[in-house]
Ligand binder design. Sequence first.
Ligand SMILES: Nc1ncnc2c1ncn2[C@@H]1O[C@H](COP(=O)(O)OP(=O)(O)OP(=O)(O)O)[C@@H](O)[C@H]1O
Ligand SMILES: [Mg+2]
Length: 242
Amino acid sequence: MADVVRSLPDEVVEIVHDLRAPLGVASGYLSMLKDGSFGLAPEEWSAPLEVLSLKLEEARVLVDGILALRRIDSSESTRMHDDHINLTEVARTAAKRAQPRARLLHGSVVVDAERSASAVAQGDQDRTLRILDNLINNALVYSGKGRRVVLRVEDADGLQVAVEDSGAGIPEERRVHLFEPFARDDGSTEIGSGLGLFISRTLAREMGGDLTLDDRPGAVGSRFVLHLRPADEQRVTDARSA
Ligand SMILES: Nc1ncnc2c1ncn2[C@@H]1O[C@H](COP(=O)(O)OP(=O)(O)OP(=O)(O)O)[C@@H](O)[C@H]1O
Ligand SMILES: [Mg+2]
């Protein structure tokens, strides 16, 4: 499929590119419906609204994946920001956004940031959130029964946020290709485009960080780690004393 995308005529890729605008508007209205901007949504709307969110996110992942493969990524909406990112705050926001999905799947998402509550990274906050959204969603979807996802903010060998699950893990032979586009498990019954990890790693690297899968022989589940650059010290001091 990656080859098919690479050989698409430019005109088609431009049309795909232009799909981002209507998708963005639809997502915006959906968020407003969910957050009560048009009045409190009845309880029975929450599951259909959640499905709509998921479907829009799937469309967005596909569009982004095609554009990432063709390296068309220069519009205003995707320009990289250089923020100071409070990692604990970002992890908590990502965990909070994942709660409806976790409830739907009878799982849980928690944050453990006790040892590095003040970790500040440098990069694009929205992109960091999108990466965490992807990782949390994978952890929830692919870990089956007992879906418990833990986000750990760590300041050990550099700043990082780890997303751990208690699922079946990823077999050795699939690990090499995991971050390639369309690298899905052929036997999987879950719906997905196989682009989430590819896009997430691309975004992480564009911010000067990386996304890796930890090798933990004998451990239960998977542990994906988002590595980020530490914020420029002087600017952190300035920001704190401002
Ligand atoms: N936490 C996880 N536990 C087990 N398998 C995983 C996990 N995360 C990813 N995978 C495997 O890696 C594959 C690729 O993941 P990726 O997020 O790139 O694509 P996807 O989830 O299939 O689709 P989407 O583009 O919608 O995210 C998945 O199909 C799944 O087989
Ligand atoms: Mg995914």
